[in-house]
Write a protein of this length. Structure first.
Length: 386
């Protein structure tokens, strides 16, 4: 839209200078003024053909024909030097909006129209040669600009491709590290259970057998040893459960993951942590799900908003639930339809006793989610061996 108004300003200035002499004799030049109206009608509907290069090329060719028709020197009308700048503007706009082949067609047609206009106009040979030389220089500049721009677009696409592959590889490495870490924790827990746990159980049984073999049933020393062995076995079981469960992430883990995403995606995230959020007992599964929900929200932000900045607020009111809210500014007014990613995130949060909702205000998109917090004793894996 900004580009459209820039071009409109240029055209109004140049056309104003070009058609000003026509108002001296409106009766004779009324058809030229009607041609100006037709030119601007085409100019205003040209953005509709932005995605159709064929129609866009035809529109430029028609505008060139209209300009040549309006300022063609007949009778006592001499060619206006400002016509040259109108053709230059048309060539510049075609250079910006059209591919190379279509751009060349518009440039050649413009060059031909300029030559015909000045050949039939009452201009001196020096003026004619100067104008032709000027157009050749301008054409060379436009072609050079287009070649550099095409090269820039190619390099930009290659950069985006490599950047995407890098982010994918980096996420894969993080995922593999997480998998290896969880596997190692499970193996350590299993080793503790199979070695230390079994030996402590055997020790308790032998102490009990030794106490029975004693002449007296009351042996404080043996009882203390048995109690110490029981406590050691219970500590071992707790250690096994801790190693076999998923790692507890907490809010610090969520923020660390989001900071990594922030660096990878070149976005800026502002955090607001309210009272109680840092101490919220989030499990590893809850932390990861919250991170994925925020990641999906940031992905939608990059899709539907030109800004790359978001505000995220964490809160844990009463210690019973953990809430997060993500807001980012949007400029368009149409509603954002929830896709598979947000629907999937809502289902995952609902499995954890939470939920997800989205709101669209006049200038903001809000993603709000929550999970139910569990007591620390509930976070152990119920299937862990004892």
């Amino acid at each position: 839209m900004k580009s459209f108004f820039v071009w409109l300003t240029f055209y109004l200035v140049v056309w104003g200078a070009s058609i000003f002499p026509l108002f001296e004799d409106l009766d004779q030049h009324i058809w030229r003024l009607l041609g100006v109206a037709f030119f601007f009608s085409l100019f205003f509907i040209t953005p509709l053909f932005k995605e159709n290069r064929q129609y866009l090329t035809i529109s430029f060719c028609l505008q060139i024909g209209i300009v040549a028709f309006i300022f063609f020197p007949i009778e006592t009308y001499n060619v206006n030097q400002f016509v040259l700048f109108i053709f230059v503007l048309l060539m510049a706009e075609a250079t910006e909006r059209l591919p190379v082949k279509q751009m060349v067609i518009v440039h050649l047609l413009s060059f031909l129209a300029i030559m015909v206009t000045f050949i039939f106009g009452s201009v001196s040979l020096m003026t004619f040669l100067f104008n032709i030389f000027f157009i050749i220089i301008v054409l060379a500049g436009f072609i050079f600009y287009k070649s550099r721009y095409v090269r820039y677009q190619y390099l930009l696409s290659q950069y985006e491709k490599l950047s995407s592959e890098f982010r994918t590889l980096k996420r894969r490495i993080v995922r593999d590290e997480e998998s290896a870490r969880q596997e190692e924790r499970h193996m350590i827990g299993q080793e503790i259970h199979d070695s230390v746990g079994h030996k402590l159980t055997s020790l308790i049984m032998q102490l009990e057998a030794y106490r029975i073999q004693l002449e007296t049933k009351d042996s404080p020393h043996v009882d203390r040893l048995k109690k110490l062995a029981d406590e050691s076995l219970e500590e071992t079981r707790r250690a096994v459960k801790t190693y076999k469960q998923k790692e507890v992430g907490g809010l610090q883990g969520v923020m660390r993951l989001i900071r990594k995403l922030e660096l990878e995606s070149f976005i800026r995230v502002h955090f607001s942590v309210n009272h109680g959020a840092f101490a919220a007992p989030l499990t590893g599964e809850q932390s990861f799900t919250i991170y994925r929900a925020v990641q999906e929200g940031l992905t939608n932000m990059m899709k539907h908003s030109k800004t790359r900045e978001a505000q995220i607020t964490f809160d844990a009111p009463g210690g019973s639930i953990f809430r997060f809210e993500m807001t980012n500014p949007v400029k368009h007014t149409h509603n954002i339809k929830e896709g598979y990613g947000l629907i999937s995130m809502r289902e995952r949060l609902e499995k954890l006793g939470g939920g997800l909702e989205t709101q669209r205000h006049e200038k903001q998109f809000i993603l709000r989610g929550w999970v139910r917090l569990k007591e620390r004793g509930d976070r152990h894996d119920s299937s862990a061996s004892s």
